[in-house]
Design a protein around this ligand. Structure first.
Ligand code: FAD
Length: 293
């Protein structure tokens, strides 16, 4: 029996699809096809699904908005776990409790409607709350980890609460990169009038105007200490370089654009950038993007 059928036999009615295309569900727009994808409707059903997949030895991976991932080409004989079913959003005092599947746009609009502020630096970042927590998404002015008071996650099928300290937020990293599913987070915001909120939103939106348009994963590499990865790549004369259908953006050295190529093209370009940068500057670039599955 295939993965889709065996999961549906164990969890009748679980929302899912067969032959899930990574290209259609990621911002880079390339990658292969997974046997099946599922969107559990609750923390308990997510944990039960993970336990089942672990017991059956079925490989799985997590996917949010697909904005920071490079999916492999070929067929993935496994399951993709998605978070659209975990999209509750509510206020408690000055905090918001947001499910992993809540999008950045919805989170920020809800904060504004509730006269809360402090998360506007997330404006324009394509994200779900879960993916943002995993990646500690943000900009120079702030990162989502700065706001997270507590998170709920599923560690190999066991639901656990993580204090801010347990989350181990760092530069584009968190404890959740070790295969723990983020279920929800509690974000500490502060009272802010609608006008204040809108002004800060406009400020952050304007700052992003220069970012390259087109299919990308956002920044590919983490900035080396005290430096900009994009500037280092530019200084190595690599801006605009094209390999197959993957190009280093002319506008931003840390963006790779998919101009009709495959993940293998992007992969080869990433390897080339790392090699050239190491040879010319001695700097070892660390990837920010995550490979899936
Ligand atoms: C045009 C563009 C601009 C960008 N600008 C920025 C920026 O300014 N700052 C910034 O920080 N990032 C930026 N990014 C990168 C990206 O938007 C962020 O990293 C964002 O947080 C990714 O969220 P996501 O839901 O798309 O996660 P995904 O890309 O779907 O997933 C990221 C990782 O988290 C895992 N994952 C996803 N959801 C869960 C979950 N609930 N539980 C456990 N694991 C999960 C995935 O398996 C993967 O390893 C940009 C990307 C693009 C395309």
């Amino acid at each position: 029996m295939g993965i889709f059928s065996s999961v549906r036999e164990r969890f009748p009615g679980l929302c899912g699809e067969e032959d899930f295309s990574f290209a259609r569900h990621t911002t880079i727009g390339c990658g292969g096809v997974a046997e099946a994808a599922f969107s559990p409707p609750s923390a308990e059903s997510l944990a039960a699904l993970i336990r089942f997949l672990e017991e059956e030895g079925i490989p799985y991976c997590f996917l949010g908005a697909g904005a920071n991932v490079l999916p492999k080409e070929g067929r993935f004989e496994g399951a993709v776990i998605r978070f659209g079913g975990l999209s509750s959003l509510r206020r408690e005092g000055d905090s918001l409790i947001a499910g992993a599947g809540v999008t950045g746009g919805r989170l920020l609009a809800f904060a504004r409607e509730n006269c809360l502020g402090g998360a506007e630096f997330l404006t324009g970042i394509p994200m779900t709350v879960g993916g943002a927590a995993v990646m500690n998404a943000g900009v120079r002015e702030g990162h989502i980890g700065d706001l997270i008071e507590e998170a709920v996650g599923a560690d190999r099928g066991k639901v656990c609460v993580f204090s801010a300290r347990d989350c181990r937020f760092g530069e584009k990293t968190s404890i959740f990169q070790s295969g723990i599913a983020v279920i929800s987070v509690r974000l500490k915001l502060a009272p802010a009038s609608r006008e204040e909120n809108l002004a800060r939103t406009a400020y952050f939106r304007k700052k992003r105007a220069h970012l390259p348009k087109g299919r990308s994963m956002g920044c590919v590499f983490v900035n080396p200490a005290g430096l900009s990865a994009g500037a280092v790549i530019e200084a190595c004369g690599l801006k605009g370089l094209k390999l197959g259908g993957a190009r280093i953006s002319n506008a931003h050295g840390n963006f790779i654009l998919n101009e009709g190529g495959s993940s293998d093209d992007a992969d080869a370009l990433i390897a080339l950038i790392k090699r050239r940068v190491r040879e010319r500057t001695g700097i070892v670039l660390r990837e920010e993007i995550r490979r899936i599955p």
